[in-house]
Ligand binder design. Structure first.
Ligand SMILES: [Zn+2]
Length: 238
């Protein structure tokens, strides 16, 4: 009798616990009123969507003109200073708030699932972190976003396909040539069989100069029959 009673008890306890100890919205800090919510309604509505998933020739694609051959490119939201999105990305990257990563991924998954331009994607590859950075942070934020995407848009994630060899520094104040010197040979294919002949969607949290994606994408394109498209959560407005 207890075994049937216990799950019911937990179903009751969770919302009651929530009532007394509500979580705060990771973007604005206000208490979340909706049980199980990741972000408050106001912040969720205020995320400035780019609509790039539907727009060929968008600014993300232009970043890679003449640098990396991509099928399609997009970022989900514009990134402003002091915005809800900046707060979310800060929570994800520096406060290890994994729920935020999954939330961002799920939102991107809905956008991708609705976009015909990304319909031929076979699977996702998160831009890898260097092993040292990974052990310091404990997780790869791009991999977490991929996990969220695949929960909504059911595509496999090839986390082991490519590795990062060196810690790189892609400062915006560097020239493009300097950044490229820095990034050359930064990545190595580890499991070519998993992505041979596949159309890969390369995922990162933010695309700024594009140097990391360019280097990672070029390495992926060395695999026989591989094609690359690109998507990120945020596109910073300059
Ligand atoms: Zn909020």
């Amino acid at each position: 009798m207890q075994t049937t009673f216990l799950p019911k008890l937990y179903n009751w306890i969770d919302p009651i616990f929530w009532l007394y100890f509500p979580k705060n919205c990771p973007a604005c800090g206000r208490p979340l009123r909706l049980f199980g919510a990741n972000i408050c309604g106001r912040c969720s509505q205020n995320l400035p969507e780019t609509h790039f998933f539907e727009a060929p020739g968008n600014p993300i694609e232009k970043i890679f003109y003449g640098r990396l051959t991509i099928g399609a490119g997009a970022a989900a939201w514009y990134f402003h200073k002091n915005s809800a999105l900046q707060a979310l990305l800060f929570q994800l990257k520096y406060k290890s708030n994994k729920e935020v990563g999954l939330f961002i991924g799920k939102q991107m998954g809905s956008l991708l699932a609705a976009s015909e331009r990304f319909a031929s994607i076979d699977g996702l590859v998160p831009v890898p972190l260097h092993a040292q950075a990974l052990s310091k942070r404990g997780f790869n934020q791009a991999a977490l976003i991929c996990e969220g995407i695949s929960q909504v848009w059911h595509k496999p994630v090839y986390t082991e396909a490519i590795v990062r060899n060196k810690r790189t520094n892609t400062q915006t104040k560097q020239s493009r040539a300097e950044r490229w010197d820095n990034m050359e040979n930064a990545f190595t294919i580890k499991d070519p069989a998993s992505i041979t002949g596949k159309h890969i969607l390369l995922i990162d949290d933010v695309i700024t100069t594009g140097a990391t994606i360019e280097a990672c994408g070029k390495t992926l394109l060395t695999v026989e029959g591989a094609r690359v498209s690109v998507a990120a959560a945020a596109y910073p407005l300059k």
